[in-house]
Design a protein around this ligand. Structure first.
Ligand code: ADP
Ligand code: MG
Length: 230
């Protein structure tokens, strides 16, 4: 069998008395695209941050591309994350005053390539997301939808196999949101594994797989109903 890109087994995360995530089991195969849905506070971001190795589980096992992250040093984990995972957030997370080209070039800082090469790849990626005419614009000179496309370019400039997006359309009008979702779908068509947290039922329904969470528990998994823990 192929190695899943992400595998959570019995993963829990507690904050004080709060069980943000309880005994989660989730397998994501390479090339899948899925929506994570659930009410506010249900544990969606907690799960995505654990999948992205930004947060360590309190208990349970996370495997990324077959690597048990509990067995990796911080340094190894940083290398795995840089090579494997791109992140997109609701609020874009672009540094103020930094032109789009440099924000995107920063997406491959970890590889240690020269600035010139990083800028060349950044330019190509901005063209890919339809922003070839916005290379030198700073965030405040861009619309929300354009800022999110810059953020997506930064996330994918290193060609990671896994893209994690936490409410990527949550701060956008419906037209800009549709452009962002079309872009994520295109990346999926080209082979990237895409995990999208969304509040939007229409967006969730449009994706090939839906996983719903409530009170830190996975309640429903549309393609793997048998794997949901009791
Ligand atoms: P969602 O993304 O579905 O809105 P979260 O994963 O952000 O939910 O939060 C799940 C629960 O964990 C909530 O009760 C939230 O208050 C709590 N929580 C999340 N992050 C933290 C944190 N860093 N410290 C304390 N509690 C947290
Ligand atoms: Mg959240």
């Amino acid at each position: 069998m192929k190695t899943p890109i992400v595998e959570l087994s019995g993963v829990s995360k507690t904050y004080g008395d709060t069980a943000a995530l309880a005994n989660a089991r989730l397998v994501v195969e390479r090339g899948e695209m899925l929506a994570i849905v659930g009410p506010s506070g249900s544990g969606k971001s907690t799960m995505l941050n654990i999948m992205g190795t930004l947060s360590r589980p309190t208990s349970g096992t996370l495997r990324i591309d077959g690597h048990d992250v509990n067995h990796l040093s911080d340094r190894e984990l940083s290398a795995l994350r840089a090579a494997t995972i791109g992140f997109v957030f609701q609020s874009f997370h672009l540094a103020p005053g930094v032109p789009a080209l440099d924000s995107v070039a920063d997406g491959i800082l970890y590889g240690g390539r020269p600035l010139r090469e990083r800028r060349r790849r950044a330019r190509q990626t901005l063209q890919q997301v339809g922003l070839g005419h916005r290379l030198y614009n700073e965030p405040h000179q861009l619309s929300g939808g354009e800022q999110q496309r810059v953020a997506i370019a930064r996330a994918i400039v290193g060609a990671p196999p896994l893209l994690l997006a936490d409410e990527p359309t949550g701060a956008l009008d419906s037209r800009s949101g549709a452009i962002v979702m079309a872009l994520l779908n295109e990346l999926h068509q080209n082979g990237t594994t895409v995990v999208v947290i969304t509040h939007d039922r229409d967006i969730a329904a449009s994706l090939p797989r839906q996983v719903s969470i409530k009170d830190g528990r996975i309640e429903l998994d549309s393609t793997r109903p048998d794997q949901v823990s009791a």
